[in-house]
Design a binder for this molecule. Structure first.
Ligand SMILES: Cc1ncc(COP(=O)(O)O)c(C=O)c1O
Length: 358
């Protein structure tokens, strides 16, 4: 007899996993928007120092990390929720806000987890196509908001296209929506965005009580394997996401590593600078090859392949040990999303791309 699963399971799309984990050899791992920079010695030491305490559960309130974030960002600790990656907070928000009959609005293509959020809760997903420049079309998104809308997602900079909107446009958008609608501004890549200071969008929280900003230690902090992210919103929002998830989801090691990482802002600035240099370099190389790409404010590029066969290009790159993402799995066929790695990895990507494109 087979197991009888919940009916909603059939509606949930599975997360498109990168090929990185299935291929052996010396790979250029440019598929998951990680940074090539490992954790600093200080962060490694802070994590190692906690190993001997692992017989104990982690602090369920994540109090020290929330206090450190509050001090760093100039917001109240009570309004910060810490999660097992910002993904956990996305799922918890969906759990707390959505249900059958409710609606959720987001741009497409955008982060591939978003469709799962609606499917899991039984809410209706409304996908609004990006504009011709691969940016969120906020006017079109606002037109989709109804009395049934509970949650609107804005990914800025957007994954997978890297495009970003100015804070003023997001401010006007959130201001135009009814207050019962939670707007989740997913800023996983905000540190790489040279159009704004990362503190700028935080100022919107004081104006819009329905706004929640999501950030992560997985990208510029180089701690994707540790799994820590956070949401800054209201006390109500934090209580709601804490109610629907288990109390011990953020490990002791993760909390200690994140606290230490926050002490090294100068290191972050260096990483951002190196990433932006790679961004400009890759964009120059793509332009030299007459390839069209979206204007990126993130640590990856979204490249249009025109009439070339995406699968064939991906396969040719993988054969040369270069793992990127194809657009088909991310919502738009005929594109590549390549994360910037080290200079060597990026050169390896460009050389492999030349061979792949003939
Ligand atoms: C837009 C966006 N949001 C959130 C995440 C999730 O990050 P994490 O769960 O590692 O914090 C990612 C990861 O790729 C992302 O691209």
């Amino acid at each position: 007899m087979s197991l009888e699963f919940a009916a909603r399971l059939r509606r949930i799309p599975s997360y498109p996993v990168a090929q990185t984990y299935a291929v052996d050899g010396e790979l250029a791992k440019l598929a998951s928007n990680e940074t090539p920079f490992g954790p600093s010695a200080a962060v490694r030491e802070a994590i190692e120092a906690q190993v001997r305490t692992l017989n104990r559960y982690p602090d369920p309130a994540k109090a020290r990390l929330r206090d450190a974030l509050a001090a760093r960002l100039g917001v109240a600790a009570g309004a910060i929720a810490v999660g097992n990656g910002s993904c956990e907070l996305l799922f918890a928000a969906a759990d707390a806000l959505l249900e059958p009959g409710a609606e959720m609005v987001y741009a497409w293509p955008s982060f591939s987890v978003y469709p799962q959020l609606a499917a899991q809760s039984g809410a209706r997903a409304i996908e609004v196509p990006l504009d011709d420049a691969y940016r969120h079309d906020l006017d079109a998104m606002a037109r989709e908001v109804t009395v049934a809308t509970r949650m609107v997602l804005v990914c800025n900079p957007n994954n997978p296209t890297g495009t970003a909107l100015p804070v003023a446009e997001i401010d006007a958008f959130v201001g135009s929506l009814p207050r019962h609608v939670a707007v989740l501004l997913d800023e996983a890549y905000v540190e790489f965005n040279t159009l704004q200071d990362p503190l700028e969008s935080l100022a919107l929280l004081g104006k819009h009580p329905n706004l929640v900003i999501l950030r992560t230690f997985s990208k510029v902090y180089g701690l994707a394997g540790l799994r820590v992210g956070y949401a800054i919103g209201s006390e109500d929002f934090r209580r709601a996401v804490d109610t629907v998830r288990q109390p011990f989801s953020v490990s002791t090691l993760a909390q200690a590593g994140a606290i230490e990482a926050l002490r090294h802002v100068d290191e972050l600035e260096r990483r951002v600078e190196r990433t932006v240099i790679e961004r400009v370099g890759i964009e120059d190389e793509l332009s030299d090859r007459d390839l069209e790409f979206a204007e990126s404010q993130a640590n990856f590029s979204w490249i249009a392949l025109g009439d070339r066969d995406e699968d064939a290009v991906m396969e040719a790159l993988a054969k040369r040990g270069v793992i990127v993402r194809g657009g088909k799995a991310l919502g738009a066929a005929g594109f590549l999303r390549v994360t910037y790695g080290t200079r060597e990895e990026n050169n390896r990507f460009l050389a492999a791309l030349d061979e792949a494109l003939g």
